[in-house]
Design a protein around this ligand. Structure first.
Ligand code: NDP
Length: 434
């Protein structure tokens, strides 16, 4: 905390990892002797830069850009870019730190990184978004590359923004390098299933947790927070597996539809028209809209999938979910539950799929996009989906086995942290003190 004052989200992410690793250090003193943890929490490189741009009224605006290149121990830095007004060094460092372990868990050769800007895409015109992203890439391009650092999307960065950034990167480099960004459009090097990957992957992971206990999605009531990229495809896959998703949200409020959310309406409102979720009730008058997002956790459900943002479930919301009989939680978002909320779930026997395991499907398919780009060979939707499914099964299996090996049966928080850590730590030791 002394070295990184005021970075509360980063401290929270580091604390969770440190607590999980105690049994590893007891069993293998080499990690302590090599000072692995102190090396891991120090990013290899932190880049912060000015992003000037001109708005539609001719006014000059300035935002702050970031790229944190945390660890290249097992592959090129890999992680998304977030455009949201709350972005600061602490948020990007927490996300980048988590990304190291998540990427390791996927079994793919990718290191950890994250970036973004405090730019708020809400209410901006197409041209403003383009001018901003081009300015952002005008600095970022010198720090990234297909074998160095490969950014992707995150909150506020979807296919449109990736497209503008790819165009600007190409112009600055003077040539086409497909593998520099993932989440690209299908016409110019993107992978089928990438858009769906994080949401699908989260549901595949939760399905493994349920099946392990003889349960399934069939007939279950599900609540999903958010209505962005991750949420939409979590709703899609959960519905495909026979569940009824009754609620979703955005940063203004949530909708409740006891008949089950109509996904086509949500997709039209959010992906096409970029409208607020409140408009859902104009199309489905039987549904209810409630202002404010945390109330969504008061809806009784069997399975909750927080897919919006960090710390959206606090102790009170966790307790409400438990009191209403929740059986499983799958974290589609990054760190959506506070450390105290996680305790509430674990102490009450709720099956808990932590973010770095449950939402790793997105980055896993990004790595598959890189592989397709290198081979110049696109794969079918079914091929990528099958690989994603298999990766999520393996993450569950490896996390469960690591938890059991170190005396924390069924605690996937500890299991995922340990399984992710060991590979990176061993790679660091093999590469010497660098
Ligand atoms: P999107 O921007 O597509 O969607 C984010 C959703 O969450 C929107 O509905 C947004 O509402 C809502 N939201 C954002 N900030 C807040 C807030 N402060 N309070 C309440 N709701 C909020 O982002 P993604 O779906 O890509 O990302 C969602 C989460 O999943 C993030 O934690 C991200 O890091 C994580 N994730 C994403 C991956 C990906 O592949 N995209 C991969 C792994 C993790 P509004 O429209 O009102 O802003």
């Amino acid at each position: 905390k002394k070295r990184n004052p005021g970075e509360s989200e980063f401290h929270q992410a580091v604390k969770e990892i440190f607590e999980s690793l105690t049994p590893v250090f007891a069993k293998y003193p080499k990690y302590m002797q090599q000072n692995i943890l102190e090396r891991m929490v120090e990013p290899e490189r932190v880049i912060s830069f000015r992003v000037p741009w001109v708005d539609d009224n001719g006014n000059v605006q300035v935002n702050r850009g970031f790229r944190v290149q945390f660890s290249s121990a097992i592959g090129p830095y890999k992680g998304g870019l977030r455009f949201h007004p709350s972005v600061n060094a602490s948020i990007i460092k927490f996300l980048g730190f988590e990304q190291i372990f998540k990427n390791s868990l996927t079994g793919q050769p990718i290191g950890g990184g994250k970036g973004g800007s405090d730019f708020d895409p809400k209410g901006k015109s197409e041209n403003e978004v383009m001018r901003f992203t081009q300015s952002f890439m005008t600095e970022l391009y010198r720090h990234i590359g297909p074998d160095i650092d490969v950014p992707a999307g995150d909150i506020g960065v979807g296919g449109r923004e990736i497209g503008y950034m790819f165009g600007q990167y190409k112009r600055l480099r003077g040539g086409y390098e497909a593998g520099v960004l993932t989440g690209k459009g299908l016409q110019y090097g993107g992978s089928l299933t990438r858009t769906e990957a994080t949401g699908f992957g989260t549901v595949y992971f939760v399905n493994e947790m349920l099946q392990d206990k003889g349960l399934s999605f069939e007939g279950k009531t599900v609540v999903v927070s958010g209505s962005g990229n991750v949420s939409i495809y979590a709703i899609d896959k959960a519905t495909q597996l026979g569940a009824k998703v009754v609620a979703c949200s955005d940063s203004n409020g949530y909708i409740y539809d006891e008949n089950g959310i109509n996904l086509a309406t949500v997709k039209q409102l959010k992906e096409v028209e970029r409208k607020r979720i409140s408009e859902y009730v104009l199309h489905h008058p039987e549904a209810k809209y409630v202002e404010g997002c945390s109330g969504i956790w008061s809806i009784p459900c069997d399975i909750a999938l927080p897919c919006a943002t960090q710390n959206e479930i606090d102790t009170a919301s966790a307790q409400l979910l438990v009191d209403n009989g929740v059986k499983a939680i799958g974290e589609g978002a990054n760190m959506p539950s506070t450390l105290e909320a996680i305790e509430v779930f674990l102490n009450n026997g709720v099956l808990f799929g932590p973010a770095k395991a449950a939402n790793a499907g997105g980055v896993a398919v990004s790595a598959l996009e890189m592989a397709q780009n290198s081979a110049r060979q696109p794969w079918t939707f079914e091929e990528v989906d099958a690989k994603l499914h298999n990766i999520m099964k393996n993450i569950f299996k490896n996390s469960k086995e690591a938890a059991a090996e170190f005396g924390h049966e069924d605690n996937l928080v500890v299991g995922a942290n340990i399984a992710g850590f060991l590979k990176v730590a061993d790679a660091m030791i093999a590469q010497g003190v660098v």
